[in-house]
Design a protein around this ligand. Structure first.
Ligand code: ADP
Ligand code: MG
Length: 876
């Protein structure tokens, strides 16, 4: 076995789960099983290499300069990759070159921009369970965001769905975690799990890892001293980062310990049904609420808006602060425009900093960092009040930096040291790789400038030599050239060979020319080459020093980046609000929701301008609590109930809302359920899914929740569906734990009866105009239930052949004449409804009135007998 083989095996032994990319000169090689995997996944040739007597091992390699793209492919296929570098210079080291792994790349720890979506965070999460509780932590090492919480088991999946981590750390020995199979996208979660040795989650070690990482004395600094599960999850992340990011410890912001109770609960269903991040039938990003609101200009702002949409607030004070900031930009169009213009020129400060800290930032990125940081103070100027100092009065009581965005202006202070350093150190347009001499600005290092001067002079001499030798020898076609093997040479074509002077030394013979050298040429050549080598080394070390200095300021830069992100989101939300005519919502905690002229922002954007029909809504726990909305297909029921939920959500994000006036009593949770929607991903039956989800709502909602039900009960036969739908509404209305505000769209117009018996239920329908047998949907929500379902009209509108439509009218007329011809699929006409719901009522009333404690067993038996008689139809 060769020494190199021994070295490789030792390293591989330490990284059994990763594909080890082993640096050998200009290549990264893989061996053995890794080579087979790599050759398959990367479509590269599998060869073999002799590594000792009678030992050939499989080998597959990629050129070092294209590491990023190969790395990207391996990570996308779900592999972990350990990058093993040469730590000593092969040219100078005696014997075996030292090698070790400098970084383990996993889906949750990538820094390469090819693997990152700039509009979304790339999270590495960690989960640990104990009984009914769980600890959850997540980090984005490309932005430094780090958060941890301790929560109820039941909240774990919704929270993981919100975070959508690229990778989840989980202790290995625990049984397969229950939560990976529970949810509808549980299997997707399971695929992202990385098993870790359970000791990483050990409370003491985890706590120490956190304290060490931040160099602090007590976990009280983060307020997690009493949240052992949160500490264990967060500590496991720190341990994992230490093991994978060997060089360049990621710069993490202070651990944000949070409680899911401080945010509106939104599960995966709600996110999908309200199309927050993915919209339209194809589920693309284009028709989502995010895409509709996202006018942010920086990647930081885009990511922050996405975070906010996923995590609406419950805190009036924080919401008012956000709304004030949006209002500031809403009112002042000039400032908004100026700020937006500046923002458009600011690069991804967060991710550039992550690469600076990780030692992989390119010179152009560093330049972009400089330009971004230089714009920061000008942003701050825009946030200050212009009238400050002029003595004029202001709209708001506090002046200048104390205005609605003064807090932001204060966090946008300039960083003169960093910008000056970058300005002095970096060339105006750094080009090429570090070491080629085009990265560091002239004047930054006299040593470097001297070397460059030497190199320039020597090259000048060489260039001048061509002209001089042409004149001396009289050979017109004489050329000075350069190649890798022979260095500088003088080339003379065969025709002029005889004129070559005697001091020329022949070096190389080509087909039609000879190449020579002269001592003077070689003299200057060695100057050039020496200088080049020194320039390369010096530029590298200068660049590294600059990066280190910038790195040392990463805390301050991260603060500016976070403030830029906020300015971006506020100004973007203001811009949308102006463009789409949103208003500032009034927020309170009174539990009522009142919207005038509400619109669905995404649907409105798709329709012709001015054609969207606005609608009002009033909901209150002690007033109109359940709205039953009936109306024909395609009338606008689904759009209406979603629009209410979306307006509430937008208000609780701190955005203005698409309405002419809105008063929103904060909601702790939005539940949605849509019937007749196949969950193809998990292969569950539609109806089963529907019922499981409905059960979840009934179990989890509180009086402060908003429940949006769209056509539930539709996934089964008419009677079943109708009965379930009715029972669900009754329960939502009656159960004292619930009583939540509910919007219920249904094509079962029989449900309009509920309003008669339940005081909190109100009927609404979508107005329809009939013109000469054609229906026109007015999209206007009006009080009162729908009287018919217009199904055949819709079929006609949809373009069913005229013959089919006429026949449908005939059949419908027959059905409406009498029950004898009724088909099982048609909704029950009035007589049937009576028997469905009304006969039970007297029985129920009687049951309720029974004084059970005072009944003798015999009386009870008799009563039971009588009740059964009645139920069997034996008279009343
Ligand atoms: P339903 O749920 O009653 O079957 P939808 O809510 O799906 O109907 O709406 C059907 C279509 O009607 C929408 O795609 C949209 O184009 C249009 N629509 C809905 N509401 C409105 C409205 N308020 N103004 C204008 N068009 C609307
Ligand atoms: Mg609908």
């Amino acid at each position: 076995m060769t020494p190199i083989r021994r070295q490789y095996l030792k390293i591989k032994h330490a990284y059994p789960d990763a594909i080890v990319l082993f640096r050998l000169g200009d290549f990264y090689e893989t061996f053995d099983q890794d080579a087979q995997t790599a050759s398959r996944e990367l479509e590269i040739t599998l060869t073999s290499r002799s590594m000792g007597k009678n030992l050939r091992v499989p080998m597959a390699g990629v050129p070092a300069h294209s590491l990023d793209s190969y790395l990207a492919r391996l990570i996308k296929k779900g592999h972990q990759v350990a990058i093993c570098e040469q730590l000593t210079d092969a040219a100078v080291s005696k014997g075996l070159v030292e090698r070790d792994v400098v970084r383990v790349v996993t889906p949750g720890t990538v820094l390469e921009s090819e693997l990152l979506d700039q509009g979304a965070n790339n999270y590495l999460a960690s989960v640990v369970e104990d009984g009914d509780s769980a600890g959850l932590a997540y980090v984005d090492i490309t932005t430094g965001q780090f958060a941890a919480t301790q929560l109820d088991q039941s909240q774990l999946v919704p929270e993981l769905e919100r975070i959508a981590p690229a990778e989840i750390l989980f202790p290995r020995s625990q049984a397969h975690p229950s939560w990976t199979g529970g949810s509808d996208n549980g299997s997707a979660i399971a695929r992202r799990i990385t098993d870790l040795d359970p000791s990483s989650f050990n409370l003491q070690d985890a706590g120490h890892a956190l304290l060490d990482h931040y160099g602090i004395q007590t976990l009280e600094s983060f307020g997690c001293q009493d949240l052992p599960l949160a500490v264990r999850a967060a500590g496991a992340i720190v341990n994992f980062l230490a093991a994978t990011q060997k060089t360049g410890k990621p710069q993490l912001a202070a651990l944000a310990v949070y409680s899911t109770n401080n945010y509106m609960a939104l599960d995966g269903q709600a996110r999908r049904n309200l199309e927050l991040f993915q919209g339209g039938r194809s589920g693309d990003k284009q028709f989502s609420l995010l895409s509709c609101l996202d006018l942010t200009k920086t990647p930081m702002g885009g990511r922050l808006l996405r975070q906010w949409l996923g995590q609406p607030l419950l805190d009036l004070e924080r919401l008012h602060r956000r709304l004030d900031a949006v209002g500031f930009f809403f009112q002042d169009g000039f400032k908004r425009a100026a700020v937006i213009q500046s923002l458009a020129r600011i690069a991804d400060l967060e991710r550039i900093m992550a690469r600076v800290n990780g030692g992989t930032a390119a010179p152009r990125e560093l330049k972009a960092l400089q330009q971004g940081l230089e714009l920061v103070p000008s942003l701050a100027d825009q946030l200050k009040d212009p009238i400050e100092g002029t003595g004029q009065s202001l709209d708001w009581p506090d002046k200048g930096a104390a205005g609605p965005v003064g807090w932001l202006a204060r966090s946008l202070a300039p960083l003169p040291d960093v910008t000056a350093l970058l300005d002095q150190a970096l060339a105006a347009e750094p080009s090429g790789a570090v070491g080629e001499g085009n990265v560091i600005r002239e004047g930054f290092s006299s040593e470097l400038d001297e070397l460059k001067q030497i190199s320039r002079d020597a090259r000048g001499v060489i260039a001048g030599l061509e002209q001089r030798e042409r004149e001396r020898t009289g050979i017109k076609g004489l050329k000075v050239g350069y190649n890798q093997v022979f260095g500088y040479y003088i080339e003379v074509s065969n025709a002029n060979k005889s004129q070559v002077p005697t001091d020329y030394v022949r070096r190389q013979t080509l087909v039609n020319a000879e190449r020579y050298i002269v001592p003077e040429l070689k003299d200057h050549e060695s100057k050039v080459l020496n200088a080049r080598e020194q320039i390369e080394q010096l530029e590298r070390s200068l660049y590294r020093r600059v990066c280190d200095q910038v790195s040392a300021a990463s805390g301050g830069i991260a603060d500016r980046a976070a403030a830029v992100a906020r300015v971006d989101v506020f100004s973007a939300l203001a811009e949308v609000a102006v463009r789409q005519d949103f208003v500032r919502p009034a927020l309170d905690t009174n539990g009522a929701i009142s919207i005038e002229g509400g619109r669905h922002p995404v649907v409105e954007g798709v329709l012709d301008p001015g054609t969207y029909v606005p609608n009002d809504v009033d909901l209150a726990n002690d007033g109109p609590q359940v709205l039953v909305i009936t109306g024909p297909n395609m009338a606008g029921k689904s759009t209406f109930i979603r629009q209410v939920a979306i307006i509430v959500l937008m208000a609780q994000v701190g955005s203005f809302v698409p309405a002419s006036k809105a008063t929103i009593g904060l909601v702790d949770c939005i539940f949605t359920r849509v019937g007749l929607q196949d969950d193809l991903a998990t292969g569950q039956s539609t109806f089963m899914v529907e019922m499981v989800e409905t059960a979840a709502i009934l179990n989890r909602a509180t009086p402060r929740s908003l429940v949006v039900l769209d056509e539930i009960g539709r996934g089964t036969s008419t009677y079943d569906g109708l009965s379930i739908a009715r029972a669900v509404v009754e329960h939502l209305h009656n159960d004292p734990r619930l009583g939540c505000k509910t919007l219920f769209a249904t094509h079962y117009h029989e449900l309009t009866e509920l309003a008669a018996s339940l005081p909190g239920v109100r009927n609404f329908s979508v107005a329809v105009a009939e013109q000469e047998g054609d229906v026109v949907f007015l999209h206007r929500i009006v009080p009162g239930g729908a009287d018919k379902s217009y199904g055949v009209h819709v079929a006609q509108l949809a373009g069913l052949p005229q013959g089919v439509v006429s026949r449908a009218w005939e059949v419908l007329a027959g059905l409406e004449r009498g029950p004898a011809q009724r088909s099982a699929d048609r909704q029950p006409p009035a007589a049937q409804q009576m028997s469905l719901f009304n006969p039970a009522q007297p029985l129920v009333d009687e049951l309720k009135s029974l004084d059970i404690p005072n009944l003798t067993p015999l009386q009870a038996i008799n009563l039971l007998y009588q009740l059964q008689e009645k139920a069997n139809g034996g008279g009343d």
